[in-house]
Design a protein around this ligand. Structure first.
Ligand code: KIV
Ligand code: ZN
Length: 515
C-alpha cells in the first residue's frame, strides 16, 4: 500500500467570509492579530478581506499582508477591473499574495442577479483573470454558486480561466445545497472533462445551511480536491462555512482513510478559536466538535471509567494536540513591563506607541490585582477591550455602582464619556444588567434592538473574567459589542457601549450583492 499523501492546502477565510456573518466585522488590528495566529498555525492561505468593500477593509488587507510573512495573503475581488486593482494594491507588499476573483455561474444567478448571458459571463471571467495575472502570479478563480452550475458551462469556463492563468479553481457550494455524493461527483466529472485540469489545484468552499459543509468538503477531497476553504469555528455567512478545525482534525485523525495531509500545527487550534470568538462576539457552542468546552469532557461513569483504564476506549484525539490545556499561567502580579510586552508580542499584539504599551500594562496590573492567575485568554480579552475603546470611539465606560437586594428592584448608576464629555445616568431594571442597559439608553436613545446578550467565562474558576457579547440591530445593520471584566455587570456595560460605537462606524459593501 502506498504511503504517499498529497498536500491539502488549507485556505482560511475567517477574515473575509467569516466576517460576513451579521455583526462579525473586525477592525484592522483584530484582523492582524487573528492573521498572526493563523500564520503561527501554519495556515497556507489567509483570505484577509474584500479590499474594495471599504477603506477600512482595504487597510486591513494591507496590514495583514504586511504583518504575515509565512502564509500567502489573499484578497477577494469581483470579476471587475476596479475590484481586482484594489486587491492588487492592498497586496502590493505581501511576501506571497493571491488575488481571488469570482463571478456567479449558475443559471439562476446569471439570469436574476447578473442579468447576463453565459457567454458574457465567460468572457468577463477570462478578462478578470487576465487583469489579475498582470498584478499577481497567484490567481484563484471561483464560480459562485458552482454547485448549481450547468456542467457543460462549468467545464467551458474552467478550461478558459485556467488557460488565462488561474492556478486555483474554486467551485463553491455557495448556498449550502449540495450533498456529499453529488458534490464529490461534481469534482470527479470536472477533472475528467476539463482538458487542462491538471494545470490547476481544485478547491472547495462549502456553506453549512444543511449542516453538510464539512462532509461536502471531505467528499470533494476524496474526489481530487487539494484545497479546502474554511473558517475558524465554522464562522461565516448565514449558517457558516466548513470549520477549519473539523477538516484538519478529520484528515489527521483518519489518516488511514484520507489520501491527503495538512501542515497545520494543530496545537494552536483552541487558542485561535478563543481569539476569534472573543473578537467577533460569536461564542462557541459547548458541544462544538474539537473546540467546544465539552468536546473532550467525559461525563458518564462508563466513559470516565473506560478513559481512565485506557484513553483510546472513548477518545479518538488527544485534547492537548488541539491546544486544550495549553492555557498556561503566563504572568502574575509581579511580572514586569518587558515580560508583559514580550508575551503580548507572542500573541501577535504590537503597540503603536509607548503610551499604548503603558495603557495595556496598567490594565494588566489592575487585572492582576483582581485575579491571581493571568492566562493568554485574559491578555487577549484585555487587548480586545483596549481596541474596542480606541476604534471610532464615541462612548467609553468609566465606572458604575449597582445596588441589588432581594425583594427590591436593582438600580444602576453609571458614568461613561460621550466624545470625551462625562455623562452620569441611572435606572432601575428587572436585574442589574437590565438596569445598566436602560440607564445607557436613557441618555443615548440609540433606537436599536437588543438581539443577543451572552456571558461566557474566559478561563476556569470563579475569579475568571466574564466575556460578554451584546448584539444590537438598527435599520438592518447588526453589530456585536464585546466587553470583558471580572465583574460581569461592568463587562456588560462595556459590551453595550462597544456595540453603540460600532453602530456609529462606517458601513461596508457586501461582495456577493451584484457586480
Ligand atoms: O460562498 C461563496 O460562493 C463565496 C465566494 C465569493 C467564494 O464566498
Ligand atoms: Zn462563501
Amino acid at each position: 500500500m502506498s504511503t504517499h499523501k498529497d498536500k491539502l492546502v488549507i485556505f482560511d477565510t475567517t477574515l473575509r467570509d467569516g466576517e460576513q456573518s451579521p455583526g462579525a466585522s473586525m477592525t484592522k488590528d483584530e484582523k492582524v492579530r487573528i492573521g498572526k495566529m493563523l500564520e503561527k498555525m501554519r495556515v497556507d492561505v489567509i483570505e484577509a478581506g474584500f479590499a474594495i468593500a471599504s477603506p477600512g477593509d482595504f487597510e486591513a488587507v494591507k496590514a495583514v499582508a504586511q504583518a504575515v510573512k509565512d502564509s500567502t495573503v489573499c484578497s477577494l475581488a469581483r470579476a471587475v477591473r476596479a475590484d481586482i486593482e484594489r486587491a492588487g494594491e492592498a497586496l502590493k507588499n505581501a511576501n506571497s499574495g493571491r488575488i481571488h476573483t469570482f463571478i456567479a455561474t449558475s443559471p439562476i444567478h446569471m439570469k436574476y442577479k447578473l442579468q447576463m448571458e453565459p457567454d458574457a459571463v465567460l468572457a468577463q471571467a477570462v478578462e478578470a483573470v487576465k487583469i489579475a495575472r498582470n498584478l499577481s502570479e497567484d490567481v484563484e478563480f471561483s464560480l459562485e454558486d458552482g454547485s448549481r452550475t450547468e456542467p457543460d458551462f462549468m467545464y467551458r469556463i474552467i478550461e478558459a480561466v485556467i488557460a488565462a492563468g488561474a492556478s486555483t479553481i474554486n467551485i463553491p457550494d455557495t448556498v449550502g445545497y449540495g450533498t456529499p455524493e453529488e458534490y464529490g461527483a461534481l469534482f470527479k466529472n470536472v477533472l475528467n472533462h476539463v482538458p487542462n485540469a491538471d494545470k490547476a489545484i481544485f478547491s472547495t468552499h462549502c456553506h453549512n445551511d444543511l449542516g453538510l459543509a464539512v462532509a461536502n468538503s471531505l467528499a470533494a477531497v476524496m474526489n481530487g480536491v487539494r484545497q479546502v476553504e474554511c473558517t475558524i469555528n465554522g464562522l461565516g455567512e448565514r449558517a457558516g462555512n466548513a470549520s477549519l478545525e473539523e477538516i484538519v482534525m478529520a484528515v489527521q485523525t483518519r489518516k488511514d482513510f484520507y489520501p491527503v495531509e495538512t501542515t497545520i500545527d494543530t496545537r494552536h487550534i483552541v487558542p485561535t478559536s478563543r481569539l476569534v470568538a472573543s473578537v467577533t462576539g460569536f461564542p462557541v457552542q459547548p458541544n462544538k466538535a474539537i473546540v467546544g468546552a465539552n468536546a473532550f469532557a467525559h461525563e458518564s461513569g462508563i466513559h470516565q471509567d473506560g478513559v481512565l483504564k485506557h484513553r483510546e476506549t472513548y477518545e479518538i484525539m488527544k485534547a492537548e494536540d488541539v491546544g486544550w490545556n495549553a492555557n498556561k499561567l503566563v504572568l502574575g502580579k509581579h511580572s514586569g513591563r518587558a515580560a508583559v510586552r514580550a508575551r503580548f508580542e507572542e500573541l501577535g499584539v504590537t503597540f503603536d506607541s509607548p503610551e499604548a504599551l503603558n495603557d495595556a500594562f496598567k490594565r494588566f496590573k489592575d487585572l492582576a490585582d483582581k485575579k491571581h492567575e493571568i492566562f493568554d485568554e485574559d491578555l487577549q480579552a484585555l487587548v480586545s477591550d483596549v481596541k474596542a475603546e480606541s476604534v471610532d470611539e464615541i462612548y467609553r465606560f468609566v465606572g458604575m455602582e449597582v445596588n441589588c437586594k432581594t425583594g427590591q428592584k436593582p438600580r444602576a448608576e453609571l458614568t461613561f464619556t460621550r466624545l470625551g464629555q462625562s455623562v452620569t445616568t441611572s435606572s432601575e431594571g428587572s436585574g442589574p444588567v437590565d438596569a445598566v442597559f436602560k440607564a445607557i439608553e436613557k441618555e443615548v436613545n440609540s433606537q436599536s434592538a437588543l438581539e443577543l446578550y451572552s456571558v461566557n467565562a474566559i478561563t476556569a474558576g470563579t475569579e475568571a473574567q466574564g466575556d460578554v457579547t451584546v448584539r444590537l440591530a438598527r435599520n438592518g445593520e447588526i453589530v456585536n459589542g464585546v466587553g470583558a471584566d471580572t465583574d460581569v455587570v461592568a463587562a456588560s456595560a462595556k459590551a453595550y457601549l462597544h456595540a453603540l460605537n460600532l453602530l456609529e462606524s462606517e458601513g461596508r459593501a457586501h461582495p456577493q450583492r451584484g457586480v
